[in-house]
Design a binder for this molecule. Structure first.
Ligand code: HXC
Length: 258
C-alpha cells in the first residue's frame, strides 16, 4: 500500500509502523489515522507477522490530535463523523500484540494512542501528558479512562486537570510503561520484544492478550472464569502438546506459530 503519513517496514516477523509527519510532530490528523488503521489491519491479517510496533520519531511519538484540523469543527459535524470513534480505535481491534515504542512527546491523542497499545516501551526522553485542558477541552480518545486505570485516580486527575507532562522515569514509577530504555534504542528493543513473542505459540499469545484485556472490562470473578475457559481451550491445540512434551523431553519447543 502507498502511504503518505506513515512509513512501514518489516524486520523478521515484526512489523514497524512509523508515524511520519515530522513538521507537525506527528499530529494525528484524519488521514494519518486512516493510514495507521489500514496498515494495522493488513499486518494483523498477514500470517508472516507476529507482532506490530508503532513508533514515531526521536522527538515525538505524537503531539496529539491535529489541533489545526479540529479547530473549526462543529458539534454536529464531529458527532455525525463519530469523531474520534472508529477511525481511532483500529488498534484496539488488533489480535496480535501491539507495542508502542515511545520517544519524545506522547501528548493528548498521542498518549491515548500509546495507551491503546498492549505494551508501552519508553525512551528515556519520553514525555507523556494529557494537555487537552489547555485547549478548553478534555481527552477524547480514552485518556480519562485508560490513564486512570493505568496510574490511578490521584495522579491521573493531577495530569488531566493541569495538563502537566510526566517524564519517562515518572511514567515508569507510575506503571504507565513497561520499561525505559535509551531513546535511540527504543525501536530496536520493541522489535526484540516482538521477536521474542513471535517465537511462542501464536494462538496462546492472542488468547493471553484477550484474557489480560478482559481484566479491564469485567469483575474479578467473571474474569477468572473467562481465563479458566480460555486456559482449558488451549488443550485443544497442538502447541499445548508440543510445549509440554518439549519440557518433559528437556528440549526446546517448536511451536506452529501459524
Ligand atoms: C497540530 C501541532 C501539534 C498538534 C505540534 N504541532 N503539535 N500541530 N496539532 N497537536 C505543530 C506546531 O504547530 C508546529 O507547527 C510544529 O508542530 C512544531 O511544534 P512547536 O510547538 O513549534 O514545537 P515545540 O516548541 O518543540 O513544542 C512541542 C510541544 C508543542 C510542547 C509538543 O508543539 C505542543 O504543545 N503541541 C500541542 C500539544 C497538545 O496540546 N496536544 C493535545 C492535542 S488535543 P508550525 O507550522 O508552527 O511549525 C488532543 C485531543 C485528543 O490530542 C482527543 C481525541 C482526538
Amino acid at each position: 500500500a502507498e502511504y503518505e503519513m506513515i512509513l512501514t517496514e518489516v524486520e523478521g516477523r515484526v512489523a514497524i509502523i512509523r508515524l511520519n509527519r515530522p513538521k507537525a510532530l506527528n499530529a494525528l490528523c484524519d488521514q494519518l489515522m486512516d493510514e495507521l488503521g489500514q496498515a494495522l489491519r493488513g499486518y494483523d491479517a498477514d500470517p508472516g507477522i507476529a507482532a506490530i510496533v508503532i513508533t514515531g520519531s526521536e522527538k515525538a511519538f505524537a503531539a496529539g490530535a491535529d489541533i489545526k484540523e479540529m479547530q473549526g469543527r462543529s458539534y454536529p459535524a464531529i458527532y455525525l463523523d463519530d469523531f474520534i470513534g472508529k477511525r481511532w480505535e483500529a488498534v484496539t481491534y488488533v489480535q496480535k500484540p501491539v507495542i508502542a515504542a515511545v520517544a519524545g512527546f506522547a501528548l493528548g491523542g498521542g498518549c491515548e494512542l500509546a495507551m491503546m497499545c498492549d505494551i508501552i516501551l519508553a525512551g528515556d526522553n519520553a514525555k507523556f501528558g494529557q494537555p487537552e485542558i489547555n485547549l478548553g477541552v478534555i481527552p477524547g480518545a480514552g485518556g480519562t479512562q485508560r490513564l486512570t486505570r493505568a496510574i490511578g485516580k490521584s495522579k491521573a486527575m493531577e495530569l488531566i486537570l493541569t495538563g502537566r507532562m510526566m517524564d519517562a522515569a515518572e511514567a515508569e514509577r507510575a506503571n504507565l510503561v513497561a520499561r525505559v530504555v535509551p531513546a535511540a534504542e527504543v525501536v530496536a528493543e520493541a522489535v526484540k520484544l516482538g521477536e521474542k513473542i513471535g517465537t511462542l505459540s501464536a494462538p496462546s499469545v492472542a488468547i493471553a492478550k484477550e484474557a489480560v484485556n478482559r481484566a479491564y472490562e469485567t469483575t474479578l470473578a467473571e474474569g477468572v472464569k473467562f481465563e479458566r475457559r480460555l486456559f482449558q481451550s488451549l488443550f485443544a491445540t497442538a502447541d499445548q502438546k508440543e510445549g509440554m512434551a518439549a519440557f518433559a523431553e528437556k528440549r526446546k519447543a517448536r511451536f506452529e506459530n501459524r
